[in-house]
Design a protein around this ligand. Structure first.
Ligand SMILES: *[C@@H]1O[C@H](CO)[C@@H](O)[C@H](O)[C@H]1NC(C)=O
Ligand SMILES: *[C@@H]1O[C@H](CO)[C@@H](O)[C@H](O)[C@H]1NC(C)=O
Length: 273
């Protein structure tokens, strides 16, 4: 129990380090776009002659330029300026991590590489008539879990998890979509889709319209085992957060040579000593 708590804290610690200060030589940027709109992945690299660059998501290259000759897999991705990349007509499946590798000639005409990393977060607002079906096409290959915040509470509930599947009787999975069969007032609110690193892939705000359904929310006192999502940890809330940091510092001092720190070191390249 205590061990689990500590390892959770450590994971949180890694997360903070990882998103705050990525490995030397790489830069991590969080970019948000609205579904259907365009987004720019800025490279902010103008001074030198770029010979070629590639944008990949996970292992797949989706866009590449060589001496101003550019190629996009689906025509939705193009270059703007020196090496900014625009992705237009965003869909939920565009969410996630991207890596931009830029090869350029330095002052000595040697080829050098710069790597930039992006997390693309997709937002959407959906309004559905009360009582109607709502399909959320959010179960991507990177989706680890989906959490829901009812508009009347500040609590986050896990409604879908990769290993456990659907965790709420309000939802089913149909045609690969997370589906609310008949929207009620308890289904309204914010749905957040998180990946394996607890990064937010997608945020959907759902509102119901039409029927006044105030008297109809008796059917959903379902789940007493509500889970506190990792999001709650990520929001630094004053004292709690300071305590966590203090604890971590103590643990760090006490267990300098523990295996987990070697693991962190090798995985993320941080020197924890
Ligand atoms: C979700 O449903 C739509 C049709 O309503 C379908 O086009 C789409 O492929 C489904 N999503 C997945 C992940 O299968
Ligand atoms: C609310 O309840 C009434 C009857 O109890 C029903 O006719 C109506 O369709 C319900 N509305 C919703 C949105 O479920």
């Amino acid at each position: 129990m205590i061990l689990t708590m500590f390892s959770n804290l450590l994971l949180l610690f890694c997360f903070i380090c990882h998103s705050g200060t990525p490995r030397a030589g790489t830069k991590l940027l969080h970019v948000t776009g609205k579904k259907g709109d365009s987004v720019i992945l800025p490279c902010e690299f103008g001074a030198r002659q770029i010979s070629h660059f590639y944008l990949s998501s996970w292992s797949k290259t989706i866009y590449g330029c060589e001496n101003e000759e550019c190629e996009s897999e689906n025509g939705r991705v193009f270059k703007q300026g020196n090496c900014d990349v625009v992705i237009k007509d965003l869909s939920f499946s565009d969410a996630g991590k991207y890596v931009l590798r830029i090869y350029y000639n330095n002052a000595q005409s040697m080829l050098e590489r710069l790597t930039l990393e992006y997390y693309l977060h997709i937002q959407d607002e959906i309004s559905v008539k009360m009582g109607e079906e709502l399909k959320l096409d959010v179960l991507l290959t990177d989706t680890e879990k989906v959490v829901h915040q009812n508009k009347m509470s500040s609590e986050w509930t896990v409604v879908w998890e990769r290993r456990a599947g659907v965790r709420s009787d309000r939802l089913t999975v149909r045609d690969g979509n997370l589906t609310i069969n008949e929207l009620t007032v308890t289904d309204e609110g914010i749905y957040q889709v998180l990946d394996f690193d607890d990064e937010i892939l997608i945020t959907v705000t759902v509102t119901g319209s039409g029927t006044d359904s105030k008297e109809n929310h008796t059917d959903d006192k379902t789940d007493d085992t509500k889970q506190v999502s990792a999001l709650d940890w990520m929001i630094p809330n004053g004292m709690g957060f300071s305590l966590v940091v203090l604890c971590l510092t103590l643990i760090l001092i006490m267990t300098r040579n523990h295996r987990i720190f070697r693991y962190i070191y090798f995985t993320f390249g941080y020197d924890y000593r």
